[in-house]
Design a protein around this ligand. Structure first.
Ligand SMILES: [Zn+2]
Ligand SMILES: [Zn+2]
Length: 275
């Protein structure tokens, strides 16, 4: 067993990925993946999301995933998943094999405005000024309060828990070792149920050059391990060349936090896999 048999956090041209679902599935199979999941971004009303998310009607997406499931039957499980955004305008549909719960935007109800937190530093800066009057710690608390709401919905996988650090690679926005920062992140983590939700160790930020280490940070991984939680390795892949990118780094981070195994998500079960 090898963690790289499983890759279930993936995107295609149907949302903001670079390659078609068929190309992603073919690349996954060629690289040895045997449990491949499509997790397109769920629809949100955020104006900036419109070219980057699935339509509200998932019919075309569902049909294509199920077509690939038939094509690879007996060779590779193809799972129907969704990366469900905290700003989604519909709940995750019941026929999914799994869903990933993620926060990408903060929403200011007074201004009716959405602010991506993981996209460009200038969006994060305007969010801080316009929504939080320059109070960055308040922005962070709101981000983690939103993550806590998603976590409490018991997603199959909690997505990139601390992605708010993505644009802080050089530490210029905030101090990730500050206890106020860490307590906000831990609050979100403690809102997840370790019995039902998997925490992902996500290498997407490394592939895109933002970080040197996967999400989540070591103190969060250690805490999850002490809570008895289970993890899954993911690459948050948006292209055929990153389907299992950085799994060695993710495994190393997980082992350093005390994990000895991760989980492979298949079409029917969750299989423990040694790290
Ligand atoms: Zn995401
Ligand atoms: Zn994603």
């Amino acid at each position: 067993m090898n963690p790289a048999l499983c890759s279930v956090h993936t995107h295609s041209v149907l949302c903001d990925g670079n390659d078609t679902l068929a190309e992603m599935a073919a690349a996954a199979y060629a690289s040895g993946v045997r449990y491949f999941g499509a997790s397109g971004h769920s629809h949100t009303p955020a104006p900036m999301d419109q070219d980057n998310v699935l339509p509200l009607d998932l019919a075309e997406y569902r049909t294509e995933v199920l077509r690939l499931r038939s094509e690879y039957a007996g060779r590779m499980d193809v799972l129907l998943g969704l990366e469900w955004d905290s700003r989604s305008d519909a709940p995750p549909p019941p026929d999914l094999d799994y869903w990933i719960g993620s926060v990408h935007d903060l929403y200011d109800p007074d201004a009716g405005k959405y602010y991506p937190v993981d996209w460009k530093a200038e969006y994060l800066a305007s969010c801080c000024v316009e929504m939080f009057h320059g109070d960055f710690p308040a922005l962070i608390r709101q981000y983690y309060a939103d993550v806590a709401v998603v976590a409490a919905k018991k997603p199959t996988i909690l997505g990139h828990l601390d992605q708010i650090i993505k644009l802080n690679g050089d530490g210029s926005l905030f101090d990730e070792s500050d206890r106020h920062y860490q307590s906000a992140a831990l609050f979100a983590l403690h809102s997840a149920d370790p019995q039902t939700t998997l925490l992902e160790v996500n290498t997407g930020g490394i592939f895109r050059g933002y970080r040197k280490t996967p999400y989540p940070a070591p103190f969060l991984l250690k805490e999850w391990q002490e809570m008895g939680g289970r993890i899954i390795l993911t690459s948050d892949s948006h292209s055929v060349d990153s389907i299992v990118f950085g799994y060695d780094l993710a495994a190393e981070a997980a082992r350093a936090a005390g994990f000895t195994e991760c989980v492979l998500l298949t079409g029917t079960e969750q299989i423990p896999c040694a790290l």
